[in-house]
Design a protein around this ligand. Structure first.
Ligand SMILES: [Zn+2]
Length: 150
């Protein structure tokens, strides 16, 4: 896995890391949704999912099952390979934060990709503070003294 960037579907599937190679969401969709040969014009109604960063990868959690997929940054659409979006095969729109590059820049200061995590709602200040507090061994959580009371 590349460690000098936060991985997206394009960077992951763009190399044949798992024996399959997909250049974009459409080709991924064509293979994974099998019988549906073209991307439908419709998207899943009334639903939008926020992307997150998990262990140095942009991912999208499936709202229907425990599945997750890499974020297709180009299309910002989600298709769960495990449940085919509750068997509807309708892609779900994905929201990517406007400050995506700023988030990535701060996380890339962390050497271990497993510590590169971001959840919607976390601010840049949160991440910077974590960088300062957690110059630690991989997988370990340093306990920090609480300052004052809030
Ligand atoms: Zn699913």
């Amino acid at each position: 896995m590349e460690t000098d960037k936060i991985v997206t579907a394009e960077t992951f599937w763009g190399t044949a890391e798992r024996g399959h190679q997909f250049k974009d969401f459409s080709s991924y969709y064509r293979r994974q949704a099998r019988r549906q040969l073209t991307l439908p014009d419709d998207v899943y109604p009334g639903l939008k999912i926020e992307a997150q960063i998990n262990h140095g990868r942009w991912i999208v959690d499936c709202p229907f099952c425990k599945g997750a997929e890499y974020l297709w940054e180009g299309m910002k659409l989600f298709l769960c390979v495990s449940c085919l979006n509750n068997d509807t095969r309708l892609p779900i729109r994905v929201e990517v934060p406007k400050n995506k590059s700023a988030i990535e820049k701060i996380l890339l200061e962390r050497e271990n990709p497993e510590t590169r995590n971001w959840m919607p709602g976390e601010t840049l200040a949160d991440l910077k503070r974590e960088n300062k507090e957690n110059i630690i061994a991989p997988g370990e959580k340093k306990t920090t003294e609480k300052e004052g009371g809030e």
